[in-house]
Design a protein around this ligand. Structure first.
Ligand SMILES: [Zn+2]
Length: 285
């Protein structure tokens, strides 16, 4: 998918503003999904088909709700099966205060937004680049990055807002039932303000979502290890957020569902994503 003229202009503007640290900025920029085009080659292929992740299982968690949506309730869930799931994930925690933009209680957890980094390299290198770019209150990052090898790095705690999704098309706030929460969020970055000026006037998704970035250059298949890790991470998040409004981590969307001109997630991901739209699969192992 090609970027629109608006997206191109946004990127130009940001480059001019941040030319002194272009490389990390470009990496960080991908957290908001305005990196290079994803490319049109939907390779699909054996790697994707072999991913042991797709089965027709109803969404988990919805029948297990009933608890109030409070952080203490979420932590209660964390103390049981969620805690065991967390241990099995082997997550490397590499959090940074500059990437945290305000409290995000479990009561406000409504969506999981999937992204592509549009880069190569390790998950750890992506988080390092985020940590090295931007200033206070402007850091762009997702909560988690999943490498091609399946390694997961956490960049932002679950109870903190991450600026991973930027501004969306006009009307998206209403469509998704979210609204920018100035009582919690510490403010939009210059990049987000530019997006709003260009007509992307929806700004509420960051405050009600978890962001997960898949390391992917936009051109190749997603490896089985990476997809299994994503599956396992979502299973953990569902357990952690059992007391949240949706009874799990919420509706899984991709970045372009929020800003339609966005290139991520890549074409090769669509078959897998389509399954997530309807089910939680959890066939991990
Ligand atoms: Zn994105």
């Amino acid at each position: 998918m090609s970027r629109s003229g608006k997206e191109k202009r946004t990127r130009q503007t940001f480059k001019l503003a941040c030319c002194a640290c272009l490389v990390p900025v470009l990496l960080a920029f991908t957290a908001c999904g305005q990196a290079a085009d994803a490319g049109s080659a939907a390779t699909g292929g054996a790697q994707f088909d072999n991913a042991a992740t797709i089965q027709d299982t109803p969404a988990a968690g919805n029948t297990q709700n009933g608890a109030g949506a409070t952080d203490s309730k979420a932590k209660s869930a964390q103390s049981s099966d969620a805690q065991a799931l967390w241990q099995s994930l082997g997550v490397s925690v590499d959090t940074h205060a500059k990437l945290e933009h305000g409290p995000k209680p479990a009561s406000d957890q409504l969506y999981v937004v999937l992204h592509d980094t549009e880069t190569s390299g390790s998950a750890a290198s992506v988080v390092s680049a985020w940590a090295a770019s931007g200033g206070n209150r402007t850091g762009i990052a997702a909560h988690f990055v999943i490498g091609r090898d399946g390694k997961i790095v956490q960049a932002v705690p679950l109870d903190q807002i991450a600026h991973h999704v930027g501004a969306g098309n006009k009307g998206m706030d209403a469509k998704f039932g979210v609204k920018y929460d100035a009582t919690r969020d510490d403010g939009m970055s210059p990049e987000e303000k530019n997006q709003v000026k260009m007509g992307y006037t929806s700004t509420g998704m960051n405050d009600f979502s978890i962001g997960i970035e898949l390391v992917h250059n936009g051109q190749s298949d997603y490896l089985v290890a990476q997809l299994k890790a994503l599956d396992a991470l979502i299973k953990y998040l569902d357990a952690y957020y059992r007391g949240a409004p949706k009874g799990n981590a919420g509706t899984i969307i991709q970045h372009k569902s929020w800003r339609t001109s966005n290139p991520d997630c890549s074409a090769a991901f669509q078959k897998y994503f389509k399954n997530y739209q309807k089910y939680r699969s959890y066939k991990v192992g």
